[in-house]
Unconditional design. Structure first.
Ligand code: SF4
Ligand code: SF4
Length: 305
């Protein structure tokens, strides 16, 4: 297990159509500061000493939890990274400075056509300015949006290069700096989708994913769907590394996704799938989730929730 990813809440005003946790301003699930303090007691149970990634929803909307989390992460020897859209920066540029008092952290901004519909480029500029002043490492996650030919990851990389040349030159050799998520679109060949679905999952099962409901999940994708309770691996205040792996190994769907890919999980239940649905969606995870949701129709949810 590498990092610990904590979803502080499910609240967000940005409203991305493909948000993997369906965050909105109406979703009020969150982890409060007391919960965060209890989570760190005996955190060695996860056998991880790498990053704690703070996300949501919008993690800056859980500011008190974030503050105590950064403080405890630093005290327990973890690095912290905050994954955010930056939507708050215009109204609250002081957030970055105030948080720095709690502990060091990196900031990772999501940058793509979908986010930038609500988060204007001016906000990105402001975040770059503020974080440079404070010496905060700033990283980006970019995504290919299907059928979006102008605002591609290359477009944003060029924009960063042109507008923030110092930042670009400082970071270009840092492998964590820019993370590009590939996606499927309407023009993706069915054979490519099938090939992907027959591959074991390399994205999930690596990190400890803690949901806004206080449970551990195998990946970020399976935390967002309506059948999420089928994929809970235990209470995050108690469960440790050994229990997580035991739960994955004995889980009839997760063990198959992990070793043979989502298609194997579906065929285990003699389920079929309409490929016309899948190409509406974007990332391999989205397609995996559609497959997995289909298991509901075969009585899986009832048996394993
Ligand atoms: S900014 Fe992030 S949390 Fe908010 S809607 Fe978009 S993907 Fe979801
Ligand atoms: S492919 Fe499926 S199991 Fe793997 S990370 Fe994505 S949603 Fe999770």
């Amino acid at each position: 297990m590498r990092s610990i990813i904590i979803f502080l809440n499910r609240t967000c005003p940005v409203g991305c159509a493909t948000c993997n946790v369906n965050a909105s301003v109406d979703n009020t699930e969150f982890l409060d500061p007391e919960w965060i303090a209890r989570f760190f007691i005996n955190i060695d149970r996860f056998r991880s000493k790498q990053y704690i990634v703070w996300t949501g929803g919008e993690p800056f909307l859980s500011f008190d939890s974030l503050k105590i989390g950064l403080k405890l992460a630093a005290a327990y020897g973890f690095k912290s990274e905050i994954l955010s859209s930056g939507v708050w920066v215009q109204q609250h540029p002081e957030f970055l400075r105030d948080l720095k008092k709690s502990g060091n952290y990196n900031l990772r901004l999501s940058l793509d056509a979908e986010h930038q519909k609500t988060v204007p480029w001016e906000y990105v500029r402001k975040t770059v300015r503020e974080s440079s002043k404070l010496g905060i490492e700033l990283n980006f996650t970019l995504r290919h949006i299907p059928n979006e030919h102008e605002f591609t990851p290359e477009f944003y990389i060029n924009r960063i290069k042109t507008e923030f040349p110092e930042l670009y030159h400082l970071n270009r050799d840092n492998h964590r700096w820019i993370h590009v998520i590939n996606t499927f679109g309407k023009d993706t060949q069915l054979s490519d989708i099938n090939r992907k679905l027959k591959q074991r999952c390399y994205l999930g099962f690596k990190d400890v994913v803690v949901g806004f409901d206080g449970y551990v999940y195998p990946c970020c994708g399976l935390l967002g769907g309506p059948a999420k309770r089928c994929y809970r691996l235990g209470d995050a205040l108690i469960t440790g590394y050994d229990e997580i792996w035991h739960a994955i190994r004995k889980h009839p769907v997760l063990s198959l996704i992990r070793s043979k890919g989502p298609a194997a999980a579906l065929s285990r239940f003699d389920a079929s799938f309409d490929h016309n649905t899948s190409v509406e969606h974007m990332e391999p995870c989205d397609i995996c989730q559609i497959y997995i949701q289909h298991l509901k129709e075969f009585g899986f949810s009832e048996r394993y929730s």
